[in-house]
Design a protein around this ligand. Structure first.
Ligand code: APR
Ligand code: PHB
Length: 389
């Protein structure tokens, strides 16, 4: 079998790239390790930057988002009993963010992919990539006991942090930067109306808390927890009690509680691998970098990679312009590092983790600056709505 592009991973990054390549008439196949049902049920963050929304429309997957997405014109930051709203549009030329779950984004891209009819192989086992440092790379996978080998021009490694793509690169050719945070997030999804119209990030003496939403009837909340904590330790009642204790009372008093639909603990990590190009193998999304969820940048950053990668691939196939692939790595990494910085900054600002009273005062001073200075508000808003591509 031969394809112009083999995409490894059917997460949001792989699916978006596949749909864009389909629209450009570049043939491609997606290989995914998990089942379709597993991939489509995964719950992740749910705040889309304007550029992400624009890309979904450009790909042809924006119809339901236009109907169901909820525009957020501001973001809230709480410290103790203080609650500050930072307007987004005023200082960013009218940009907003949109609340729309990543689960829905994946489903919309999947539906478009099915309509386009290009091949997507779910439950592809033991995907392996070879000869990506030559002009004849191949990708193999196993299914139902037989091995299939695909020759191709380019391989897109969109297979997440634990994927095979980055792991196939010789250690000497790649540099990794990593920071593990000493806490996790315990998240709850529930069919209750959200407590606030826009996301709330709260730094409280008992730790961080976050209020978000999937719709006007479905809420998403998180609290900072210990890394070795277990979901089984948290009854729904215990979660709601702890959440309320970390929010200003004007919000805590308004929270409507209900049974959890999902409850999970996730660790927080910052990670970047450089470069993103290794011959004919190109990394994108979580395969290349991870951000802590504070600021909800993971999906948005994966999509900006795909924006650059798609244009580089188009140039490559149109003009055999090899330099476009190198340029991809350079261009995408510029935005990756700036977004890593913001996610790291917002994580540090809003979490409690080393009980150092001086650092806590620094965070309070930072918040006072950000909220009282026009330049401070603008900096937060500019990063929160997403830096330009
Ligand atoms: N072979 C094939 N597929 C694989 C392999 C493999 N060896 N390893 C991983 N995958 C698949 C995973 O099952 C997953 O469906 O690659 C996909 C990667 O998807 P994501 O982890 O969602 O990564 P990405 O598409 O880059 O999305 C980035 O979305 O999922 C979030 O946290 C993520 O916010 C980030 C953003
Ligand atoms: C979410 O809605 O799940 C969400 C919102 C904002 C974040 C992280 C997650 O920063």
């Amino acid at each position: 079998m031969r394809q112009q592009v083999v995409i490894i991973g059917a997460g949001p990054a792989g699916l978006l790239l596949g749909c864009l390549l389909d629209n450009a008439g570049i043939d491609n196949i997606i290989l995914e390790r998990q089942t379709k049902d597993y991939v489509l049920a995964r719950i992740r963050a749910g705040i889309l930057e304007q550029t992400t929304v624009d890309m979904l429309h450009y790909a042809g997957a924006g119809a339901r988002l236009a109907q169901e997405g909820i525009a957020h014109h501001g973001v809230n930051i709480a410290f103790g009993q203080e609650l500050e709203n930072i307007a987004l549009g005023a200082s960013t030329g009218g940009k907003v963010v949109t609340a729309y779950g990543q689960t829905e984004v994946t489903k919309d891209l999947y539906d478009l992919r099915m309509k386009n009819g290009s091949p997507t192989i779910y439950s592809a086992e033991n995907v392996s990539i070879s000869d990506f440092d030559t002009s004849n790379p191949t990708v193999s996978y196993e299914q139902d006991g037989s091995t299939v080998t695909i020759s191709c021009d380019l391989i897109a490694g969109c297979d997440g942090y634990h994927g095979v793509s980055r792991a196939s690169i010789p250690k000497s050719a790649i540099t990794a930067f990593e920071k593990i945070y000493p806490f996790g997030w315990l998240g709850v999804l529930s069919d209750t109306p959200p407590v606030a119209n826009e996301v709330v990030y709260a730094n409280a003496p008992r730790g961080f808390a976050l209020c978000s939403m999937r719709s006007m009837t479905r809420s998403r909340y998180y609290i900072q927890c210990d890394l070795d904590d277990k979901v089984e330790n948290w009854s729904d009642d215990a979660f709601w009690d702890e959440l309320k204790r970390r929010l200003p009372s004007q919000l805590a008093d308004e929270i409507i509680t209900g049974p959890s639909l999902e409850k999970s603990i996730a660790p927080l990590r910052s990670f970047v691998a450089e470069p993103l190009r290794f011959g004919r193998l190109l990394l994108a999304g979580d395969a290349a970098h991870v951000v802590p969820p504070t600021g909800a940048k993971g999906l948005n950053l994966a999509f900006s990679d795909i924006h650059y990668l798609y244009h580089a691939m188009k140039s490559y196939f149109a003009d055999h312009d090899d330099s476009a692939l190198d340029h991809y790595s350079y261009q995408a990494l510029q935005r990756v590092w700036k977004t890593e910085r913001f996610s790291w900054y917002l994580t540090n600002l809003t979490h409690r983790f080393n009980d150092d009273p001086f650092e806590q005062r620094m965070k309070e001073a930072e918040l006072a600056y950000i909220t009282s200075s026009e330049a401070g508000r603008q900096t937060l808003a500019e990063n929160y709505v997403g830096l330009p591509l």
